[in-house]
Ligand binder design. Sequence first.
Ligand code: ZN
Length: 129
Amino acid sequence: MSIQIRTDEQIDVVDVTERVASELPDIDRGICTVFVDHTTAAVSINEAEPRLIGDIKRFVEGLSAPDGWKHDALDNNAEAHLRSSLFGRSVAVPIRDGALALGTWQSILLVECDGPRERSLSVTVTPSV
Ligand code: ZN
């Protein structure tokens, strides 16, 4: 399954929890893996509280580093590659009783580091026996 997400800003954080939950098949238990198939975006699990979302964006912006990255000679976005690498490309969430077993304050977040863009998330569900 694939989910398309449009990001609105160069640095953006989008709560994709409900979109992922809507893709779950009818199974009782398993693992749901959410994978972003891009090199300048990431996925993370954190609280989707609006002030914290703002703080995460500010944190990502603060990860800027001195100029002079060799990749910038290609497409001038080395910083976006480096920022997104710190978060990673996938998360795995248990499925219990047919639903994502996230903690009370946990949400699945797409972290955009080179937007705005159309992003694709792969959602893979592995049933447990
Ligand atoms: Zn690049």
